[in-house]
Design a protein around this ligand. Structure first.
Ligand SMILES: Cc1cc2nc3c(=O)[nH]c(=O)nc-3n(C[C@H](O)[C@H](O)[C@H](O)COP(=O)(O)O)c2cc1C
Length: 343
C-alpha cells in the first residue's frame, strides 16, 4: 500500500492508479527497453524500486532470452516485461520463451506486429504493449487486440519517428487514453513533464535515457561519462546524405563514428555515380555501417566509434545514481508540480 503525505503525492497516486494497475506496480513508470543496457541488473532494479523494468531482447537468441528472464526472476519477484523486435527471425520462438516463463507483459517494437504474433502473445495470457507512431496506427493496433500503447516522440534515444512527443501526445491522448492505457515516451527527464502528460490523460510514462547512468546499469563507465557530459543538443538524429541510400533514423550522441558515417555515405554515393558499385551492395554497405556499434559503445566502452544512443533528455542526466533515487526524484518533482495545481 502506498502511503501518501501531501496533496501533490495523493494527486500523483490518483493519476498513476490506472497505469499502476495495468503494470502491477507502485509507480506508472516503465524503464524503456534499451538493447545491451536493459538486462537483468537494470530491469530488476527498476522493478524492485516500484517501476516496471523491461528486458531488451534485441538480437538475443531464444536460448539467451530464456536465461535472461530466469536471471531477472532470480533478482526480483516484482513484475517486469520483455521487449521483442518484430523483425527478429525467431519472433515466434521468443514469444514461446516469454510464455514458458509466464511473462506478464510483452512489448512489441520495430513496426507493425506480423500476423499471428498478437494472437500468440495474448494466448499466453500476457498483456501486449505496442508503439503507436500515429493516431491511425494507434486505432488499428487497438482493433487488433493490443492492450496498451507507448507513444514515443522524436526526442527519444535510439530508433525514432519524425514527430515530437508533445505533438503525438496531443494527437493521440484525447482520442485513445480514455479507453486504452497510453504511456508517453521521449524526452522525459523530470517529474514536471510526467505530471503534464498524466494531466493530459496518459496512464504513465516510459523513460530510457534517464536510466542509463543508474548505478545498477552495466553500461561501460565511458558510456555513462559521455551521458553525464552531454547536453541536449549533442543527441542528434542520424543524417541521410543521399536519397538513394536510405538511413534508418537513430538518435545518438555525435562522435567520430557519426562523422565517418557521413563520409562513408558520400564515398558510397560517389561509387554509385561512377558505376563501380551496384545499388543493392551500396545500400547494404550503409545498412551495415552501424552493425554491432551499440554493443561496442555500451559494453566495450568505445564511445568514439561506437553508437552512443541517447535522447535529448541526456542533458538532465547529471550523475550516476541508484535507480531508487532516480525514481524518487521523478516522483517528488511530479508531486510538487501537482501540488501547485488548483484543486
Ligand atoms: C541506448 C538505447 C537503446 C535503446 N534500445 C531500444 C530497443 O532495443 N528497443 C526499443 O523498443 N527501444 C529502445 N530504445 C528506446 C527506449 O526504450 C525508450 O523508449 C526511449 O529511450 C525513451 O525516450 P528517452 O530516451 O527520451 O527517455 C533505446 C533507447 C536508448 C537510449
Amino acid at each position: 500500500m502506498t502511503i501518501t503525505h501531501s496533496t501533490g503525492e495523493e494527486r500523483l497516486a490518483r493519476r498513476m492508479a490506472r497505469g499502476c494497475e495495468f503494470l502491477g506496480t507502485q509507480v506508472a513508470i516503465l524503464g524503456g527497453a534499451m538493447s545491451w543496457v536493459s538486462e537483468r541488473n537494470l530491469v530488476s532494479a527498476i522493478s524492485n524500486a516500484g517501476g516496471f523494468g523491461v528486458i531488451a531482447c534485441g538480437a538475443m537468441t531464444p536460448d539467451l532470452l530464456d536465461r535472461e528472464i530466469a536471471a531477472t526472476k532470480a533478482l526480483t519477484d516484482k513484475p517486469f516485461g520483455v521487449n521483442l523486435i518484430t523483425m527478429h527471425p525467431d519472433l515466434t520462438d521468443l514469444i514461446g520463451i516469454c510464455a514458458q516463463h509466464e511473462v506478464g507483459h510483452v512489448v512489441l517494437a520495430g513496426g507493425l506486429p506480423p500476423s499471428g504474433s498478437i494472437d500468440a502473445i495474448k494466448a499466453s495470457g500476457a498483456k501486449l504493449i505496442c508503439f503507436a507512431p500515429a493516431l491511425a496506427l494507434a486505432k488499428k493496433l487497438i482493433r487488433s487486440g493490443v492492450d496498451a500503447l507507448v507513444v514515443e516522440g522524436n526526442e527519444a534515444g535510439g530508433h525514432i519517428g519524425p514527430v515530437s512527443t508533445s505533438v503525438l501526445a496531443q494527437e493521440i491522448l484525447p482520442e485513445i487514453a480514455a479507453d486504452t492505457p497510453v504511456f508517453v515516451a521521449g524526452g522525459i527527464g523530470r517529474g514536471e513533464a510526467i505530471a503534464g502528460y498524466l494531466d493530459m490523460g496518459a496512464a504513465g510514462v516510459q523513460l530510457g535515457t534517464r536510466f542509463v547512468c543508474a548505478t545498477e546499469s552495466i553500461a561501460h563507465a565511458n558510456f555513462k561519462k559521455a551521458f553525464i557530459r552531454a547536453s541536449a543538443r549533442d543527441a542528434v538524429a542520424s543524417v541521410q546524405v543521399d536519397a538513394r541510400l536510405p538511413v534508418i533514423p537513430v538518435r545518438a550522441l555525435k562522435n567520430a563514428g557519426t562523422e565517418l558515417f557521413t563520409a562513408k555515405q558520400r564515398e558510397v554515393a560517389q561509387s554509385l555515380d561512377e558505376g563501380s558499385v551496384a545499388m543493392a551492395e551500396a545500400q547494404l554497405q550503409i545498412e551495415h555501417y552501424w552493425a554491432g556499434a551499440l554493443r561496442r559503445a555500451v559494453i566495450d566502452g568505445d564511445v568514439e566509434y561506437g553508437s552512443i544512443m541517447a535522447g535529448q533528455s541526456v542533458g538532465m542526466v547529471k550523475a550516476e545514481e541508484p535507480v531508487a533515487d532516480i525514481i524518487a526524484s521523478l516522483m517528488a518533482e511530479a508531486a510538487a508540480a501537482l501540488e501547485k495545481r488548483a484543486a
